[in-house]
Design a protein around this ligand. Structure first.
Ligand SMILES: Cc1ncc(COP(=O)(O)O)c(C=O)c1O
Length: 383
């Protein structure tokens, strides 16, 4: 497999995005989920062409993105998406909030499963709801699972929805179809809704292909919404384009009731880039997956050699490593210690859930092998 090589650090430091403007130049920035690969050539060409024709107005509608996604989903994800059942919006976060607003009443509980992508805490609050934490079962050593009895109890206790992270950030876990089917049954039993964030789905590795929630059962289609985007897999989160997909009349009614403005927030460059990604980005994505596969294995070797007490389970998807650094005795928030003493910026563990994130941090390995090696050496030297 032809790898896509990440850019060297001198080139990356000319970028002006979050990842490259938050820290001083002596820091290796490995927190925020942006990748260091060059843009997929078909996306770059589509954006250059759009600039050349001054095509910078409003995005026309969801339809062209939805149709491009239909092809991508059919060929790469085993998911038969009806483009008439897709509404686009600016980003996955906004899609989650807007759906939650329509399937809950103010103050209702919404289940999330720490350790979890920190903005989920805020998105639930933004939708006017209360976070109900049902931590993941298992762990780094034994492997992860949803705590299905815990989720069932939370929904029986009054929570009205769950935000599922499929695949799961930060642990890189890909839920198995049986768990998703069981979750859908539980949601159906409680008359609750599952909002499935599938933004990392196309980044699942070939041996652990992710299962789109809406494909698992009628109960999932009846009670589920899928929110996805090309933003993570093609590294275009700044361009603002995401899809809200439904597959039942019940969910269609909710999607149809979304305010008109939700769709208007789709970015024109996001739409253009997403269409190019979904139609022509497959070979680039395969090359990126091969590079990420190398890096997730390299990280295992580096940790074993240089930081043997650190807990790491190789992720099945995406480019984020959830590290248990508690053996290093760097306190509740080892990312703060790492930034100060190793000049390596990691995402702060307690932000993923205070109860389970203590002593942990998340590392982004979508970088060159050299940067990854340097980061581990710096961390080891800071002990
Ligand atoms: C699970 C998850 N959902 C959503 C997002 C953000 O997506 P967007 O920028 O489209 O809101 C991220 C970004 O890292 C993520 O990891």
């Amino acid at each position: 497999m032809q790898r896509v090589a990440a850019e060297p650090i001198e080139v990356l430091r000319t970028r002006t995005s979050q990842k490259w403007r938050t820290y001083a130049d002596d820091v290796l920035p490995l927190p925020v989920a942006e990748m260091d690969f060059p843009l997929a050539p078909p996306i770059a060409a589509a954006l250059h062409a759009a600039v050349d024709r001054s095509d910078t107005g409003y995005a026309s509608s969801s339809r062209p993105v939805a149709e491009a996604f239909q092809g991508f989903a059919a060929t790469r994800l085993g998911w038969d998406v009806d483009p008439a059942r897709v509404t686009c919006t600016a980003d996955v976060s906004l899609g989650i909030v807007e759906v939650l607003r329509r399937v809950t009443e103010p103050g209702d509980g919404v289940v999330i499963t720490p350790p979890i992508y920190p903005p989920f805490f805020d998105l639930v609050a933004e939708a006017g709801c209360a976070v109900v934490e049902v931590p993941m079962a298992g762990g780094i050593d034994e492997g992860w699972q949803l705590d299905l009895p815990g989720i069932e109890a939370a929904l029986a206790g009054g929570a009205r929805a769950m935000v599922l992270c499929n695949p799961h950030n930060p642990i890189g876990w890909v839920p198995d179809p049986e768990s998703l089917r069981a979750l859908a049954e539980i949601a159906a039993g409680a008359g609750a809704t599952v909002v499935s964030d599938e933004v990392h789905g196309p980044l699942s590795q070939p041996e652990s292909r992710y299962t789109p929630f809406l494909t698992v059962s009628d109960a999932a289609r009846e009670h589920g919404f899928a929110i996805t985007s090309a933003s993570k897999s093609f590294n275009i989160p700044g361009l603002k384009s995401a899809l809200i997909a439904t597959a039942s009349e019940r969910s269609d009614r909710v999607r149809a009731a979304l305010p008109y403005e939700v769709e208007w927030r789709l970015g024109q460059f996001g739409a253009i880039a997403s269409i190019a990604a979904f139609r022509e980005g497959g070979p680039w994505l395969d090359g990126v997956l091969a590079s990420l596969d190398d890096n997730r294995r390299l990280l295992a070797d580096l940790l074993e050699d240089e930081l043997p007490g650190v807990g790491y389970r190789m992720p099945q998807a995406s480019y984020l490593a959830w590290l248990d650094l508690s053996a290093l005795d760097w306190g509740d928030d080892p990312a703060a210690y790492a930034l100060e003493h190793a000049k390596v910026a990691l995402a702060n563990g307690p932000g993923f859930g205070a109860s389970v994130g203590r002593g942990h941090a998340r590392l982004n390995f979508a970088c060159t092998p050299e940067v990854l090696a340097e980061a581990v050496t710096r961390l080891a030297d800071a002990r």
